[in-house]
Ligand binder design. Structure first.
Ligand code: DC
Length: 224
């Protein structure tokens, strides 16, 4: 069967991570969480005291850091220079810093090159903001997921709460909105729906219902 390149784009909290994990698992594909890569850059910058506006330092940082994905007992891990940073990159502080760092053209150039290299052979699900528009504009299947900011904020709130992070619902919704604005309004590769993407509004849909729709679209492409 044809090994597809599947792009899943959309704003934060829309369900991309959960859906791409399930999809890649079911298909036996590689799962590439591109947001985790930008989060690693933000964490490395924060640790080295690099300002998000210092584009030269960020460019150099990207040349130096090693970002890897690994699996341990079914759990997907993100490694920064060999260290497991999977939990640390999800803190609210790093989330906000990531939006700023991801606006740096040199950072995007470096991450996009890495993503193209990892996904070129197909058999991959990539989730992010610019996969169907910039990273793989000729991806075999493109999904664009959306949902109301309230629902997305609430999902993020429950996710963080389950991990034992002390969070406030109103603040989480506000942070989701702030990140949306930053991701949508930046000049380099803003969050944008590809013209040929299949749009799914997940506001009132459960994971199983969204999966069903995605699998039916994918099945059509596998046969073509
Ligand atoms: O998907 P996420 O919440 O882990 O993404 C973290 C941040 O990285 C978010 O602010 C958007 C940015 N990002 C991006 O600019 N391009 C991508 N392909 C993926 C994420």
């Amino acid at each position: 069967m044809k090994k597809l390149i599947i792009a899943i784009d959309g704003p934060s909290g829309v369900g991309k991570s959960t859906l791409s994990k399930v999809l890649s698992h079911e298909l036996g594909y590689l799962n590439l969480d591109t947001g985790a890569m930008y989060r690693c850059v933000a964490l490395a910058a924060s640790r080295q005291g690099i300002d998000a506006g210092d584009y030269d330092a960020l460019r150099q940082l990207c040349d130096e850091i090693v970002i890897e994905f690994a699996r341990n007992k079914g759990e997907e891990l993100v490694l920064l220079n060999g260290e497991n940073v999977s939990a640390e990159i999800r803190s609210p502080e790093i989330s906000l810093l990531t939006s700023a760092v991801a606006a740096c053209p040199a950072v995007r150039q470096s991450m996009v090159a890495r993503q193209r290299e990892l996904g070129a052979g197909g058999g991959v699900v990539l989730e992010g903001r610019d996969i169907g528009t910039v990273v793989f504009p000729h991806a075999d299947v493109k999904f664009f997921l959306k949902a109301s900011a309230e629902v997305r904020g609430q999902r993020r709130f429950l996710e963080l709460q389950a991990k034992g992070v002390a969070v406030d619902l109103a603040r989480t919704v506000a942070e989701v909105e702030a990140r949306d604005a930053a991701d949508t309004n930046r000049t380099t590769s803003p969050l944008r729906q590809a013209a040929d993407a299949v749009v799914i509004d997940t506001t009132e849909l459960g994971i199983a219902q969204v999966m069903e729709r995605m699998f039916s679209v994918i099945a059509d492409h596998q046969q073509s």
